[in-house]
Design a protein around this ligand. Structure first.
Ligand code: FAD
Length: 371
């Protein structure tokens, strides 16, 4: 891991300390924590220095994301939302929007991103949220987004909706009249990530709130934002696996049954071996995807899907093994492996579920064979 991350990791360690369990049980992170990381530029560390960011390479940003994920998946989820918002602004915003919004996102203001709707989940072409012009200077947003991660903490909501015969991303202040944020009660995992359902009722905004100012194709817009989300979730899952591996190896080395440490029972050893393999293969897939991001390779989209799929699947499987090995010692809500078990399952659903990733990978395999 590059040395330059030492200070950043230490900041995360000091802020999270031993609070992740309490945050999970309370369903809330004190908002000062993401604000402090955000003000240090660390919630979207890939933003170039020219826009006030830290200019991390994708590999550095990935390793940092894994570190946060190993400590607290809820905080990492907040970071994923911020990074996705920043990447969407960076890719789709005009020069003025990039300068002003990225400065906000690297100085402590928090953001969430909304695609999903009650009737548009895996198939986002069913999206109904409408962004329409009213006169020359104003747009009006009407719609309903669900499960927006970090929306309970966010100052800015990046909302994807229908616009001008295509689609657009619009940046909505969470405090704008007509915006209502309702916390999702008792999520299965990442309980402190601030998930919320958000309604927009005749929300009037200056037309300059539309990123890039014009309608875009919905698939292009989704691919842009989701690519970053998948990258971040993939590395976050590597963090989950690292936390599970550390907890499981330590427990199996010290707990004795039938006169020998658990780790020397071969069936327990197999769990440890598989957990190590899951962590290493997930990290390798993420490193490969990051190399594509750092080179600007067109393969970054599919390699990121692959990394997300491998990492989420491995994290769900690895966390289940970790709970199995710790047994009653890890079977209490809030325990690192219990949290990992719940958090990792959700990673198989979001940013393209296992099935959607498999469909994309299958399509890629067929296209490659045909070319
Ligand atoms: P559905 O689309 O109804 O799918 C149900 C099941 O059917 C899944 O297993 C799916 O894989 C499968 N399926 C669906 N279509 C197909 C198909 N064509 N072929 C094969 N299988 C299929 N949304 C946001 O916009 N912003 C966020 O920040 C955000 N954060 C989230 C955080 C969490 C913890 C969760 C749980 C969700 C979040 N979401 C967010 C929503 C998330 O993106 C959706 O849950 C996800 O896209 C799946 O949609 P769905 O839940 O409606 O499931």
């Amino acid at each position: 891991m590059p040395d330059r991350l030492g200070g950043e990791r230490a900041l995360v360690d000091s802020l999270v300390a031993d609070h992740a369990e309490v945050w999970d049980l309370a369903g809330r992170i004190p908002v000062g924590v993401p604000r402090e990381l955000g003000a240090a530029g660390l919630l979207c560390a890939q933003v170039p220095a020219a826009f006030g960011g830290l200019g991390f390479t994708s590999a550095e940003n990935g390793e940092f994301t894994a570190h946060v994920g190993s400590r607290c998946s809820s905080l990492r989820s907040v970071m994923t939302s911020q990074g996705m918002a920043a990447w969407t602004v960076q890719r789709l915003g005009d020069r003025h929007q990039r300068e002003s919004l990225l400065a906000e996102l690297t100085s402590g203001r928090l953001a969430a991103v909304g695609f999903s709707e009650p009737d548009a989940g895996s198939d986002l072409s069913g999206m109904r949220t409408e962004i329409r012009r009213e006169g020359d200077d104003t747009v009006v947003v009407d719609g309903h987004k669900v499960w927006m991660t970090a929306a309970c903490y966010a100052d800015l909501l990046v909302v994807i909706g229908r616009f001008d015969g295509g689609a657009a991303a619009v940046v909505v202040p969470a405090s704008a009249p007509g915006v209502q944020v309702s916390k999702v009660a008792d999520p299965l995992g990442c309980r402190a990530a601030g998930h919320a359902d958000v309604t927009f009722e005749r929300v009037r905004l200056p037309v300059s709130s539309v990123l890039g100012g014009v309608g875009q194709s919905l698939p292009l817009l989704l691919t842009t934002a989701l690519a970053y989300g998948r990258f971040s979730v993939a590395w976050g899952c590597v963090g989950i696996l690292r936390a599970c591996l550390a907890a499981t190896a330590t427990h199996a080395a010290h707990r004795t049954q039938s006169g020998i440490p658990l780790a020397r029972h071969q069936l327990v050893g197999r769990h440890l071996a598989e957990l190590l393999v899951d962590e290493r293969t997930a990290a390798l897939a993420c490193e490969r995807a990051s190399r594509c991001w750092d080179r600007g390779s067109p393969d970054l989209v599919i390699e990121t899907v692959l990394a997300k799929h491998v990492s989420a699947r491995n994290a769900a499987r690895g966390a289940a093994s970790a709970v199995q090995v710790l047994a009653s010692a890890g079977a209490q809500d809030g325990h690192v492996v219990a949290r990992a078990y719940r958090d990792a399952k959700l990673m198989e659903i979001i940013e393209g579920s296992n099935e959607i990733c498999q469909l994309l990978l299958a399509e890629h395999a067929v296209a490659n064979a045909a070319s």
